[in-house]
Design a protein around this ligand. Structure first.
Ligand SMILES: Cc1cc2nc3c(=O)[nH]c(=O)nc-3n(C[C@H](O)[C@H](O)[C@H](O)COP(=O)(O)O)c2cc1C
Length: 348
């Protein structure tokens, strides 16, 4: 059985990262309502960088030029050039700690402030959204990030597009599996062409891409293979039901990554969901190259340092999911209290 030192470096597409930990994308709800990065957001990245997180993936940023299509009113935007200086502050902050800076780019679609059904869009409108993703990646690169992650998970637009039971289109973006994956494929090919061979392209995908969700690992494998051949450097596997699982569940989607690992030993993989102890981290790394965490690092941005120093074996997170709610004071995102006392002073 493979044993991987979680604190050992790894090289992805020519870029070496200091350890195997990824902060999975986490929308902070800390930003300004005009879509611009706030000082409080920068403080949050400072805490994560200080906490020795090797790869930091930002919360999802909206690719839409129109703020009405953001996921919520405090979601950062990367839909036009005016947002580049704000997100550059994030990349610079992450790089201060020698960590990799990856911006997650997303289209809220059915889950946005102005929800819409992608099945009702024309082919030209779908192509326009594809181009928004590509233009967003170009801006992310200009802002100094090492790469992007395309959000194809968690009820947002691209996840619905690749879902066999949610996609009812009859044009080139619907029908056969090769059509369902066409939009992410075109986005990735476009980013690779515009941003060059060295720019990192990660994807986050659900383990299941049907309503049934039980026997579709072959579909997942087909998607992963197609997108990897189009230029993806790292595949992070998640799922759409993580908020509904019991508080004691662990390593939620590990069977999916085991399935992928058997078929594609060469693909760089990470797993997110229910990983909150050293034992779980080591178990996941028997299969994957990286281990991704969200709530663990939301409540304890210094969890990795604590592990390293032998001060903790397990996160204090109890998976109550209150962090999805907006608290009375916005800097207070966890039932254990403010995770970063500085946020109170800087939020504005
Ligand atoms: C407050 C909050 C915000 C989140 N925002 C995002 C996001 O912007 N993009 C994303 O892909 N996932 C987002 N997630 C999901 C996490 O990245 C992760 O997939 C999920 O929480 C399961 O991992 P965990 O058990 O380590 O928390 C969010 C999770 C939380 C708790």
């Amino acid at each position: 059985m493979k044993t991987t030192d979680k604190f050992s470096p790894f090289t992805v597409n020519g870029k070496t990262v200091k350890n195997r930990f990824i902060r999975s994308a986490t929308n902070s709800h800390l930003d300004n309502t005009d879509g611009i990065i706030s000082d409080a957001e920068i403080e949050m990245y400072d805490a994560l960088g200080h906490g020795d997180v090797g790869t930091i993936i930002t919360g999802h940023m909206s690719v839409a030029p129109d703020p009405a299509y953001r996921a919520d009113i405090a979601q950062p935007s990367i839909g036009s050039d005016e947002f580049i200086p704000g997100i550059r502050r994030v990349a610079d902050k992450i790089h201060e700690y020698g960590s990799l800076a990856i911006a997650q780019i997303s289209m809220a679609g059915p889950k946005g402030i102005t929800p819409f059904d992608f099945n009702e869009l024309s082919t030209e409108e779908m192509e326009q959204i594809r181009d928004w993703f590509i233009n967003a990646a170009i801006r992310v690169q200009k802002a100094g990030f090492d790469g992007v992650q395309i959000h194809i998970a968690h009820w947002y637009m691209l996840q619905a597009v690749v879902n066999r039971d949610l996609n009812h289109r009859t044009d080139k973006y619907g029908g056969q599996d090769e059509n369902l994956i066409r939009m992410p494929k075109e986005i990735i090919e476009g980013i690779r062409k515009e941003c060059g061979p060295d720019f990192l392209i990660y994807i986050k995908m659900n383990a299941h891409n049907t309503a049934e969700g039980v026997d579709d690992y072959d579909l997942l494998a087909y998607y992963v293979k197609t997108l990897t051949e189009s230029g993806v450097d790292l595949v992070e596997i998640s799922g759409s039901d993580f908020t509904r699982l019991t508080r004691t569940a662990e390593c939620y989607y590990i069977d999916a990554v085991k399935y992928l690992r058997e078929r594609f030993p060469e693909i760089t993989l990470s797993l997110v969901g229910g990983i909150y102890s050293e034992e779980a981290i080591d178990r996941v790394l028997e299969t994957t190259d990286f281990v991704s965490m969200a709530r663990t690092l939301l409540t304890q941005p210094d969890f990795i340092l604590k592990l390293k120093n032998g001060e903790a074996l397990k996160s204090r997170c109890i998976h109550c999911n209150k962090c999805f709610e907006i608290f009375a004071t916005k800097y207070e995102r966890c039932v254990f209290g403010p995770v970063n006392p500085k946020l109170e002073a800087t939020f504005g």
